[in-house]
Design a protein around this ligand. Structure first.
Ligand code: PGA
Length: 246
């Protein structure tokens, strides 16, 4: 198994100057895990340039499925690539909740990202009412099947999954290591079913109130291959602690 991957989802936070300072600090530091930053899109080119030649990757938080056109305010996969970014985060629950994204629209984005050679990190996860009514695994299966529909086994090699229970995002209510492990094992089995046995190696990150305090216990679980970190990723010290927790 590859080493852990710890990703920072900054959401709509930080000025360009703050982002540059963070990148300089990360460059000077060491982490056991591979690191990845999803900054706001206006900073993609600058951060990619600052981190060039390091092992820290940069990715967009979202993109449009179309190649180009009259879509004011949107960015395309080719634009993300041309900024030097290697990855894109897709289907985050905040995109689903506030911007009307659906499994079908996310599927279009996943296919466009892969077509342009980007690595796509697909976010999936159940709401609290779905968990309480015992539908967690059904929801995860449907999200995987629908968001990854039409993706070839070859392209699937560039997919990473982030399991983010909606009830755990920004709430301080982290999933227990057992809850995370149970979901990750199910996701791994579902991916193998969709794409073949070798996709049991796909990295599956946990996201939702990850902190320097709880990261190690999550990383101890067999199928937890890293973390997607929101709030705690804004502070470089906390982010590095999580990157060294495994
Ligand atoms: P959080 O966010 O760490 O602040 O819960 C995680 C995410 O939304 O990716």
């Amino acid at each position: 198994m590859e080493n852990l991957l710890v990703a920072a989802n900054w959401k709509m936070h930080k000025t360009l100057q703050e982002a540059e300072e963070f990148a300089e600090d990360i460059k000077a530091a060491k982490a056991k895990a591979s690191l990845l930053i999803f900054p706001p899109s206006p900073y993609l080119a600058r951060l990619s340039a600052l981190l060039e030649g390091t092992s820290v990757e940069v990715g967009a938080q979202n993109m449009h499925a179309e190649e180009k056109g009259a879509f004011t305010g949107e960015i395309s996969a080719a634009m993300v690539k041309s900024c030097g970014a290697s990855r894109v985060l897709l289907g985050h629950s905040e995109r689903r909740q506030h911007f009307g994204e659906t499994n079908a629209s996310i599927n279009g984005k996943v296919k466009a990202a892969l077509k342009h050679g980007l690595k796509a990190m697909l976010c999936i996860g159940e709401t609290s009412s779905e968990r309480e009514s015992g539908r967690t695994m059904d929801v995860l299966r449907a999200q995987l099947e629908e968001c990854l529909g039409g993706v070839s086994a070859k392209e699937a090699g560039r997919i990473t999954i982030a399991y983010e229970p909606v009830w755990a995002i920004g709430t301080g209510k982290t999933a227990t290591p057992q809850q995370a492990q149970e979901a990750h094992a199910f996701i791994r089995k579902t991916l193998s079913g969709l794409f073949g046995k070798e996709y049991s190696k796909t990295r599956i990150l946990y996201g939702g109130s990850v902190t320097p305090e709880n990261a190690a216990s999550l990383f101890r679980e067999k199928d937890v291959d890293g973390a997607l970190v929101g709030g705690a990723s804004l502070d470089v010290g906390k982010f590095l602690k999580i990157g060294n927790a495994g």
